[in-house]
Design a protein around this ligand. Structure first.
Ligand SMILES: [Zn+2]
Length: 133
């Protein structure tokens, strides 16, 4: 039953996508709404790839420029639903810079770059550790 519900949810999102590519109307919103309702009925999360595709307030299927506007500000992405106006803010940097940009750049430059060229086995740092049996 759970498996069927999952399939139904991704089917509905595929439908919403193809329908909005054809011009839309209210059908994509309806499909998203149904997919979310199935999720609530069976206590299932939406797969992560679908979670950014719709408005959480009004279930609009989001198409950039048509039903959603995305603006970047201060390390966040702010997506505003153009149907109901609800904003959705997403933090862009999970691991923020600790010491400011210069220190961050220095740290990146200091990390040893491994060329990892094929056909040039180097001795010393052997990545095949643990493969001997
Ligand atoms: Zn909305």
């Amino acid at each position: 039953m759970i498996r069927i519900a999952r399939e139904r949810m991704s089917d509905l999102f595929a439908l919403a996508r193809s329908e909005s590519a054809r011009g839309g109307g209210t059908l994509p919103h309806r499909y998203v709404f149904l997919a979310r309702r199935i999720g609530m009925r069976f206590n299932l999360r939406l797969p992560p790839e679908y979670r950014t595709l719709y408005c959480r307030r009004c279930s609009s299927y989001w198409v950039e420029g048509r039903t959603v506007r995305t603006r970047l500000r201060a390390g966040r992405s702010v997506r505003t639903c153009l149907v109901c106006g609800a904003p959705r803010r997403v933090e862009l940097h999970r691991h923020p810079r600790v010491d400011g940009p210069e220190e961050n750049f220095r740290r990146i430059a200091a990390t040893p770059q491994e060329p990892a060229l094929a056909g040039e086995p180097e001795e010393g740092d052997d990545p095949d550790d643990g493969e001997e049996e």
